[in-house]
Ligand binder design. Structure first.
Ligand code: ARG
Length: 696
């Protein structure tokens, strides 16, 4: 139990008995069936990077506030600021369509390992192997797409030792139905992010639309709410410690096989650079966001994403160091190495660990460099935008008149949509600050040549250079770009200082020396063999594959963390509204609260949403095994009813993506009773609660 992110098609074979013992009352067919509607039909991937669940027969979808955040910010203006004030559609007509937002339903999956691996052999180079596999993958995707009705994706598992395909159906008309204000949905901000005890109402509500036949359709007034195959019933009954809990969702990435040397590289080279570059980006964004509400809305989502992983990576450095994770892995590897060097195993596995270790040693400085650059690219639009847009403009400038006529309007639209959400003074500061940092810290990994020479010529600081570049570049003004479209001269792009700088950065970012490519291929092969070998060496152990944005189930129970004196509740597996109120700091950016919520607390007006013990529950803990991407996933009880929405992990267990910690790893979820209380009592949107199927 608890550790493991399992495939739905394997639960019957691997886990169902175990789950029943812990309190599951559903059959495995009720969870995953190809022929009948089942629980899996209520689980969707949301907006590409999160999870959500269908909770009504009219296509209502629940996910996290931080998953809807980008769409909510996009729909907000300083006059109609839904991010700050919340939003509740009183009828379907009032629901709001963001520019692009989709949900993905999971149809079925299957094992294609034999088919794919029969096409390769050990004599092939890694490159040939990849080509052959990609060709076969393309065939499988083609065969199962039913002429474009489905999206099919084949993915590798156990580092290239197994392959499965997944069939999906996408719906692109998804509309915002409701969201609490930031002061509830993001209560606690970055201070509380990744922390327990927690008091965040991290949820938002959307609806999926389809054409009249229920098929996916692009946005249209005449679209109707989707009638889903299945929707989750919602429990108002609450739960107790040790009750069964499972989560279905789309965990993004884990690296549980990561070797010791890889962990050392991350702790000492990669993550410190990432953390530092993120912070520089955040500080320079924030400076401008705090002065202007419009800018704040435009950059809210980008800022939150950078801040989220800034704290995560620092937490990983701390947890991996504190728990000496690399030493634990090194011990496993040395045991494996003994097995690998036994006579029969030696030809295939004897050099695996050595190859892996050499690779990391050779790439430490490269990884530091690449992470400074990644931090820059995550924060600065102008590190990449002049390059990307400039290339499109060059194609335009070099095209025939007919070609120009064909491209012009789409380029206009592209420019308008890009520049609508840009604030140039912010971009200028972020880029200069990131370049200053990169040029001073990433030298040993080989700076982008132009950055290197500019840094030398300008005494190491880019502020003046970037200021002048913004003055003369056509990329610092939408008008100049539009003028370019009427009278395109390729030289104007080719000599543009921001285009030249950005091209240099992007070329460097993508560059791998031939020597390195060889090392990478050797490493990839060794890593695949390590996983193969470790599974052979421990034939009785049941392994689960690393997360890679495919649908998984994790099961366990509701359970406390070792007591935390900061918590308000008697037991440390949940928090209450009393604790929320105790954290309240009027006018504070992170800990302010709406007066209405305070009033509801004072009058104890919790309705049917209170716990039997009288308190208003807010967040709770399970020992389920999740990671980023699971955000928005349903927490489901033994009867298959929704009891919460997962939204975070805890900082003590930030090493979780490379090693699962039985003692410390927890999922933080928002209690569904708090979600419904906010909708009904706080927002006056009882009609939405009434749409759901409640188990009281
Ligand atoms: N840590 C959460 C996750 O990665 C995101 C939380 C968003 N909230 C916030 N205060 N930034 O899933």
């Amino acid at each position: 139990a608890d550790e493991g992110m399992w495939f739905l098609m394997h639960i019957d074979r691997l886990n169902h008995r175990d789950m029943q013992k812990m309190g599951l009352q559903l059959t495995s067919e009720e969870i995953y069936s190809i022929n009948h509607s089942s629980l899996k039909d209520a689980i969707v991937q949301f907006g590409g990077g999160c999870t959500a669940e269908i909770v009504s027969k009219d296509g209502l979808v629940l996910t996290n506030h931080h998953c809807g955040y980008g769409a909510i910010a996009e729909l907000s203006t300083p006059e109609h600021d839904y991010l700050t004030n919340g939003f509740w559609a009183r009828s379907k007509q009032e629901e709001l369509k963001p520019k692009s937002l989709s949900v993905r339903f999971f149809v079925r999956m299957d094992d294609v390992s034999k088919r794919i691996l029969s096409k390769v052999n050990d004599q092939m180079s890694e490159f040939e192997r990849e080509q052959v596999i990609n060709r076969e993958i393309a065939r499988i995707e083609q065969e199962n797409s039913e002429g474009g009705k489905y999206v099919v994706s084949v993915k590798s598992f156990y580092n290239g030792n197994e392959y499965y395909y997944f069939v999906y159906q996408d719906y692109n008309d998804v509309r915002l139905v409701g969201t609490p204000p930031n002061s509830i949905g993001k209560f606690g901000g970055d201070t509380d992010n990744w922390e327990w005890p927690r008091h965040t109402g991290d949820f938002s509500l959307f609806r999926v639309y389809a054409d009249r036949e229920g098929n996916p359709a692009e946005y249209d007034e005449n679209n109707v709410p989707l009638k889903p195959k299945y929707h989750l019933p919602v429990s108002l009954k609450g739960f107790q410690e040790n009750d069964f809990a499972m989560i279905l969702g789309y965990p993004g990435r884990t690296n549980r096989w990561m070797p010791a040397a890889g962990i050392d590289q991350n702790v000492n080279f990669a993550y410190p650079a990432w953390v530092e570059a993120s912070k520089v980006g955040m500080d320079n964004m924030k400076k401008h966001m705090d002065q202007n509400q419009q800018v704040k809305l435009e950059y809210a989502s980008k800022y939150a994403q950078v801040a989220n992983y800034w704290k995560n990576r620092q937490g990983m450095i701390d947890a991996l160091s504190k728990h000496q994770t690399a030493a634990t892995k090194r011990a496993e590897e040395s045991k494996f190495n003994q097995w690998a060097n036994k006579k029969d195993n030696k030809p295939r596995f004897g050099k695996v660990i050595e190859t892996i270790n050499r690779y990391y040693e050779l790439t430490n400085e490269k990884s530091r460099h690449d992470n400074y650059m990644m931090g820059m690219l995550r924060s600065s639009n102008f590190a990449s935008l002049p390059y990307v847009l400039g290339r499109a403009l060059l194609i335009y400038a070099d095209g025939t008149d007919a070609k120009k006529a064909e491209l012009k309007s789409s380029l206009k639209t592209e420019i308008a949509s890009q520049y609508e959400k840009l604030y140039l003074p912010l971009e200028q500061d972020v880029l200069a600050a990131e370049l200053n940092l990169y040029a001073s810290k990433a030298k040993a990994g080989g700076l982008a040549p132009r950055v290197d020479s500019l840094s030398r010529a300008n005494g190491g600081t880019f502020n003046n250079y970037i200021k002048q570049a913004f003055e003369s570049s056509i990329f610092s003004s939408e008008e100049k770009l539009l003028t370019f479209l009427t009278n395109p001269q390729a030289e104007q792009i080719e000599q543009d200082p921001l285009f030249l700088l950005s091209s240099d950065l992007m070329t460097r970012y993508r560059y791998t020396a031939e020597e390195q490519k060889k090392e990478e291929a050797n490493f990839q092969r060794a890593f695949r063999l390590m996983v193969e070998g470790m599974r052979k060496a421990n034939p009785k152990k049941i392994y689960y594959p690393d997360a890679n944005s495919t649908l998984r189930l994790t099961y366990g129970k509701i359970t406390a963390l070792p007591a935390d004196p900061r918590n308000d509740a008697k037991e440390n597996f949940y928090t209450t509204l009393k604790g929320t109120i105790a954290k309240y700091k009027p006018k504070d950016e992170e800990f302010d609260l709406p007066q209405r919520l305070i009033d509801l607390y004072k009058t104890k007006d919790f309705g049917r949403y209170a716990d039997r013990a009288g308190y208003m529950p807010v967040n709770f803990l399970t020992n389920n095994d999740i990671t980023g991407g699971n955000s928005g996933s349903p927490v489901i009880n033994g009867k298959g009813e929704l009891i919460g929405i997962a939204f975070d992990g805890n900082i003590e267990a930030m090493a979780g993506d490379v090693i699962f910690d039985q003692q410390l790893q927890r999922t933080i979820a928002v209690d569904i009773r708090y979600v419904l209380f906010i909708m009904d009592k706080f927002a006056g949107a009882k009609h939405l609660v009434d749409e759901m199927t409640l188990a009281e």
